[in-house]
Design a protein around this ligand. Sequence first.
Ligand code: CA
Length: 228
Amino acid sequence: MAATVLLVEDDPSIQKGLEMNLKIDGLRVLCASDGIAAVRAVRAAMPDLIILDLGLPGMDGFDVLREVRKDDSDVPILVLSARASEAEKVLGLSLGADDYVTKPFGLAELLARVRALLRRSRRRTSASVVKFGPVELDAEARVMKVNGAEIEVTALEFDLLKYLTDQPMRAVTREQIMQAVWGAGHAGTPRTVDNFIARLRSKIGDDPADPKFIETVRGVGYRFNPSG
Ligand code: CA
């Protein structure tokens, strides 16, 4: 899926040129020409990256940075500015900017920095390791550890556990599990899910008579309880 970049720039010629080149680079581009529109767009569209001009009408780029970080968003922000002083760079970075490019800038360099930021943040999100009780689930490496020791799991077992841990405390039906993990056109039955759950419980050391993490929800299916 194409990453979405929010381009915040009030100079129409820079905005047009950058928008075109980011699109050529395969990115989805949203544009905002002032700070208030920028903050609104961040909240509504949750972009994967923001390119932020500092000198904006109304609310300037520093205020946009403050607002976005106040929302606890960790979206990567690349500040683009004619203000080249060291003090301003430091202020921008201390407010939570991830990178800083001064105008006039080289297009190739800017695009390279955009790609680098997107790569870094993608790695950070997908490397997210889920931990509960003695279990550590690394989605990137597709490795499961129990008490620090790697435990062998099949691809389907891993996908099933990941599906459950992605939605803590939510009861899911066997049918939902089959759809999500086995996919449409699967040949399994609800009993297949039960067999997989039984194997997972034994691998993570969950007592089948009194499971703590993968709970049975009577008449429904299963629920993941991260606090056990
Ligand atoms: Ca400007």
